[in-house]
Design a protein around this ligand. Sequence first.
Ligand code: ZN
Ligand code: ZN
Length: 247
Amino acid sequence: MPGYEPFLLCDFHVHTTWSDGRLSIREVVDLYGQTGRFDVIAITDHILMKGDLLKRAGRIASLGLKQFSVTPDRFEAYLADIAKEAERARAEYGLLVVPGAEITQNNLRSRMNSHIVALDIKEYISADQPADDILKEIRRQQAFSIACHPHHRTTRRIEISTCYLWDNRKRLAPLVDVWEAANRDDLFSVTSLKHYPYVANSDFHKAKHLYSWKTLLKADKNWPAVAAALRANIDVALTLYRNGAAA
Ligand code: ZN
Ligand code: ZN
């Protein structure tokens, strides 16, 4: 895209109304597409555990009106919606849209929590299994895994920490394709992440999250090339996409 050649401007972590995002996939495609800057985005709505803590809290807060999770019975329709919008995104904006999901574990025992984005996902992956098995299932589907906000620790009541993958990195690193070194406004221990492949994403939930950390990647604009470039992690950079970026 203009100004970033030969790099692609990418965001691999975007939520929509299929889970707890504010915009539909269509609206997300138009928002990113109309900047005239983005090359690749991934739609990664939450798949939650059956008894998810925050979902229960959210249900009460919003009187049960909101969707929080892509469920097994809606999974095919979810993928179909992404595929339809991906087609339009390519035709209208030259934007590559990758199907994904964020397999999300919000336990009371927060030491066990991980959020794992699976890209190029083909089948539903349950969040009600150990993170190790989620990573293995992603490999089995020949999909692509991102350890999300892997160093997010919190003491706030309504928030949870998501450090399981990081805390067990010696054992799990071979199963993780890339680690989020940056998520929205946060940087996660970049220096200690330096030996792992990294990526930067917005964790988009609403329009203002467009302005956040993104990934620049040197690759051809198709998923196999992008996945290979992410894995190689050589010509890759973090960039803070700011409001007012030149069109
Ligand atoms: Zn998350
Ligand atoms: Zn997310």
